[in-house]
Design a protein around this ligand. Structure first.
Ligand SMILES: Nc1ncnc2c1ncn2[C@@H]1O[C@H](COP(=O)(O)OP(=O)(O)OP(=O)(O)O)[C@@H](O)[C@H]1O
Length: 458
């Protein structure tokens, strides 16, 4: 289906707006996502920054594959899946299939895409209309798309019920009469009704008992083999992803951090974020030795993503600026936590919080910066290079200038990771292309101890 436009190159996504391919120059591409953004505008009267749920992602989905999409809660997985099936409107970018950008479709063409692309939701409890019978639920898309004759539709529903492991007599039952697993089978039959080629599976088994999960996953894999379906499989459970996905995209704060064939990505993760995610997965063998990286805190708000690398505020492999190599891990960690506290304090747009305070006559509740500094820096002796900016930053924060407080520490103690957004780089072109977004892939930062010699400011 490819028109051969996609060529491999070293930088696969060299700007947040890049439309270049993230993954594949193969000729079996079904869907090409290019620089896709989906932002949610603030609805409140006070305005504010949009939520950058999906913030410039580029990748290909190959025909007949299962592409896994993983990442912590809130990183934008569901929004990305919903944008692909046009349940959300893209803010920018393209999703190209057969030379058509589906983000701009309207009318009959949009209706056709909504037939070709379906979604199975996480929670079979709430995603089925309890007032309709199972037969009506599965038949609804056939009616909407005016599929063949009413008799043929009824027969199709019976066939589908059987295909997903239900029985003909279930036609007249209601969803509440079914178990979670059976309800998810109904959701799958409904998604299959109009013969789609692409299905977004949004955590399709995470609400189910473990014993039922395997049955539903087996069903999905059988259906894929029989019907030649292409899946985008969104999941929290990395062991399930490893089991059923051909390739995996790892997402963080609206961006793809790593992309590659499943087994290689799991066995040799290249991105620090992927390594952290994988190290949190329990191993069957508790005596097995491996590095555990515990991720500090939670991801920053997608309304206010970090300026440089989106993962820089939590990254265990963050590059230090020159001159600070000798600081112990523990001291460096305390400085990073201090920066996190400053970030938290300024998370709300200061002008917004001022306005809100004025309007509502409220005090905003922010962690006390002196207290935080006492807690973090007690019993540490820092050189003046560290002490001075921290002191100036505390002063700025106490004067209510949160933005300046953050700038002072970033200028003095920040590195390329805080300044520049890394590109999604092609890290391996053999045997299924891989890519990863990290400054550590640049030659000058590849060694674990490499520091940022702070070239000219951008
Ligand atoms: N309709 C909406 N309006 C505003 N913000 C939204 C909306 N839907 C999602 N968001 C926000 O967008 C960000 C991404 O959410 P999304 O549900 O896509 O993430 P996710 O990775 O699927 O999370 P989870 O694994 O918890 O489902 C979150 O900050 C979320 O709060």
């Amino acid at each position: 289906m490819s028109d051969g436009r996609h060529t491999s190159r070293d930088t696969v996504d060299n700007s947040p707006d890049s439309r270049s391919t993230a993954s594949s120059d193969s000729d079996d591409v079904l869907l090409s996502v290019r620089g896709l953004k989906t932002h949610y505008e603030e609805q409140s009267l006070l305005g504010g920054d949009p939520v950058r749920a999906v913030d410039g992602v580029s990748f290909d989905v190959r025909e007949g594959e299962t592409l896994g999409l993983v990442g912590e809660s809130g990183c934008g997985k569901t929004t990305l899946g919903r944008t692909l099936v046009r349940l959300e409107e893209a803010t920018d970018g393209e999703v190209v299939i057969d030379e058509t950008d589906i983000t701009t479709l309207t009318g009959d063409e949009l209706k056709r895409w909504r037939r070709d692309a379906q979604i199975v939701f996480q929670d079979p409890e709430s995603s089925l209309n309890d007032r309709l019978t199972v037969g009506e639920i599965v038949r609804e898309p056939l009616d909407v798309h005016d599929w063949k004759t009413p008799d043929e539709r009824r027969q199709r529903v019976r066939d589908l019920l059987e295909r997903v492991g239900l029985r003909e007599e279930h036609y007249y039952r209601y969803p509440h009469q079914f178990s979670g697993g059976q309800r998810q089978r109904v959701g799958i039959a409904r998604a299959l009704a109009v013969e789609p080629e692409f299905i977004v599976l949004d955590e399709p088994v995470s609400a189910l008992d473990v014993s039922v999960q395997a049955q539903i996953l087996n069903l999905l894999m059988d259906l894929q083999d029989d019907l030649g379906l292409t899946y985008l499989f969104i999941a929290h459970d990395l062991s399930v992803v490893r089991h059923i996905c051909d390739r995996v995209a790892v997402m963080y704060l609206g961006k793809i951090m790593e992309f590659g064939p499943t087994e290689r990505l799991f066995s040799e993760p290249q991105n620090p974020y992927t390594r952290s995610l994988l190290s949190a997965v329990p191993t069957p063998d508790p005596t097995a030795e491996r590095d555990r990286t515990v991720l500090r805190g939670t991801p920053p708000s997608p309304r206010d993503p970090p300026d440089g690398c989106v993962f820089s505020t939590r990254c265990p492999s963050k590059i230090r600026p020159e001159g600070f190599e000798e600081l112990s891990e523990d001291d460096w960690e305390a400085i990073e936590v201090f920066r996190e506290v400053l970030r938290e304090r300024s998370r709300t747009d200061p002008s917004l919080s001022e306005r809100a305070r004025d309007l509502l006559g409220l005090e905003t509740r922010l962690p006390d910066i002196d207290e935080a500094a006492d807690e973090l820096f007690a019993n540490r002796s820092f050189s003046s290079d560290v002490q001075r900016p921290i002191r100036r930053s505390i002063e700025a924060a106490n004067n209510g200038d949160e933005g300046r407080a953050r700038e002072i520490v970033t200028e003095a103690l920040g590195s390329v990771c805080d300044r520049e957004a890394p590109s999604l780089l092609a890290t391996d072109q053999t045997n299924g292309a891989r890519s990863s977004r990290c400054h550590r892939h640049r030659e000058e930062y590849a060694e674990p101890g490499a520091v940022d010699r702070r070239g000219p400011e951008p």
